[in-house]
Design a protein around this ligand. Structure first.
Ligand code: ADP
Ligand code: MG
Length: 238
């Protein structure tokens, strides 16, 4: 079964068309990476899937269920942003559990889910710290932990590592790959980084001005880009 399906999805802001009728199938458990120039609509597509923006036209299906008009909290998705947006006055534990608290989960279940996520992300020793006492990498781990505790079917990552230095980016990339293996969840990941795209993706989607230019495995795109634009992003030099 498809983890996620977009059919003729369009998005306009006022009179400006930003997403031009995108068709895309992401298999259950697949790691899909979106690449494309700044402003081509990568974040908008994620926000449409998350329900943070309403589609102008088209259909969105998650796990076989039409979620086009379903509230964000009920879609089974969780999004991790580039800016961690942690609550400064809350501890790591409170930050990770806050969303579940808001949706009325019992305290014991919140504690259990937070402790499981903390264990996956090696955050156990940091649970009582405030965000200001964390490094950039630790903060991004907490932001990922906030998504994990919601146990979503689909994880959406919007350039989650672009604020980290090069060394941390490599480390976190390996952790995200491991996380994908452990959880087996469907993941959609936006990045500017070709190495992240090539190493993380089962499938790469190259976007250009609100249109999918080419979709394929990293190897397929690298070896056989359809055009110079795709080659510029992912293809081999020729
Ligand atoms: P990317 O993430 O690929 O850099 P975005 O999805 O952020 O691109 O933006 C795609 C286009 O949509 C850009 O031209 C951007 O200015 C426009 N856009 C995004 N969000 C809004 C909004 N809320 N209102 C108006 N225009 C927007
Ligand atoms: Mg963006």
């Amino acid at each position: 079964m498809a983890g996620l399906e977009l059919q003729k999805v369009k998005k306009s802001f006022g009179s400006v068309d930003v997403i031009h009728g995108v068709d895309l199938t992401v298999e259950d458990g697949e790691f899909t990476v979106f690449v494309g120039p700044s402003g081509c609509g990568k974040s908008t597509l994620l926000r449409l899937v998350a329900g943070l923006e309403a589609t102008t036209a088209g259909t969105l299906t998650i796990g076989g269920k039409d979620v086009t008009n379903v509230e964000p909290a009920d879609r089974g998705v969780a999004m991790v942003f580039q800016s961690y947006a942690l609550y400064p006055h809350m501890t790591v534990e409170e930050n990770m559990g806050f969303g579940l608290k808001m949706t009325g989960h019992p305290a014991a279940e919140i504690k259990q889910r937070v402790s499981r996520a903390a264990s996956i992300l090696h955050l156990e020793p940091l649970l009582q710290r405030k965000p200001k006492a964390l490094s950039g990498g630790q903060r991004q781990r907490v932001a990922i932990g906030r998504a994990i505790v919601r146990e979503p079917e689909v994880f959406l990552f919007d350039e989650p590592l672009s604020n980290l230095d090069a060394e941390l980016r490599v480390q976190m990339r390996l952790e995200i790959a491991k996380l994908h293996k452990e959880l087996g969840a469907t993941m959609i990941y936006v990045t500017h980084d070709q190495v992240e795209a090539m190493t993380l993706a089962d499938k790469i989607v190259v976007l250009r001005a609100g249109v999918i230019e080419q979709t394929g495995s990293p190897l397929a795109l690298y070896d056989d880009p359809d055009n110079a634009f795709v080659a510029g992003f992912i293809g081999s030099p020729r």
